[in-house]
Design a protein around this ligand. Sequence first.
Ligand SMILES: O=c1ccn([C@@H]2O[C@H](COP(=O)(O)O)[C@@H](O)[C@H]2O)c(=O)[nH]1
Length: 308
Amino acid sequence: MINQLVSNIKKTGAPIVVGLDPMLGYIPEHVQKKAYAEYGETLEGAAEAIWQFNKAIVDNTYDLIPAVKPQIAMYEQFGIPGLAAFKKTTDYCKEKGLAVIGDIKRGDIGSTSKAYAVGHLGRVQVGNKTFAAFDEDFVTVNPYLGSDGVNPFLDVCREEKKGVFVLVKTSNPSSGEFQDQLVGGRPIYELVGEKVAAWGEELMGDDYSYVGAVVGATYPEMGRVLRRIMPKAYILVPGYGAQGGRGKDLVHFFNKDGLGAIVNSSRGIIAAYKQEQYARFGEANFADASRAAVKDMIDDIKGALEHE
Ligand SMILES: O=c1ccn([C@@H]2O[C@H](COP(=O)(O)O)[C@@H](O)[C@H]2O)c(=O)[nH]1
């Protein structure tokens, strides 16, 4: 899948990911009303609204982008119907040729991590049959439990040719509370970055590894250091747009080949119609606003890379 992701990025010329984080507050009233008319104001109704919202955004952007990143929390809050909407969304995105990065941030003791890895990336055995349950192409992994919490994901990646993005330096304001602590004079995020590079050596695609890293757009200087520490790791960069990251902050997350990083924006794209800049589209044309926001994001990032 890392080769597929790189090929999608080269084909679209867009090192970006659309984050499908459909909170109900972002879903226009007419979409919600239609879903509730069919399913009532129920979890099923909410899940239907999410699905219709996602579908409209994907239909209006898929030709411009290489990948999507559905955030599972936004679906899980609606229970089983929400998870069904997550699965329907990921399947649809794959049909459209997009790489799907499941933002699930899992990681546990080895036996439990194995179940997460099998459920999200691999195939679960039932009697003599196997089933790909969620079947994302990549997932995000929390490395806090150490190698035995990460290895089951790597094993499944090896078997299935899929990938992970390991949390190295997250974009949130208090990420430094633990991640920046010094151990032997080095910040923890650097040590995790070194581990990502080592895990990735065993799992190389053509040019990049199946083992990538998450590094927040909100910490550009750390991005520069981590780029050096993990030259073969694709960096998934959240924190663009709604969290303040801009193209000019991100140039050092990329390698000299213009590859090596893929920048996520969720609220900035899916709720673009709520921003003054895209208000001209109106709520009825929310997906057109998302398309315009995708184009602006691509221009911003490519413009910054060209000026580097
Ligand atoms: O360090 C991290 C890791 C993951 N995220 C996730 O990315 C999106 C960001 O949403 P925006 O609306 O573009 O701010 C969201 O799903 C987070 O859970 C992150 O922000 N930072």
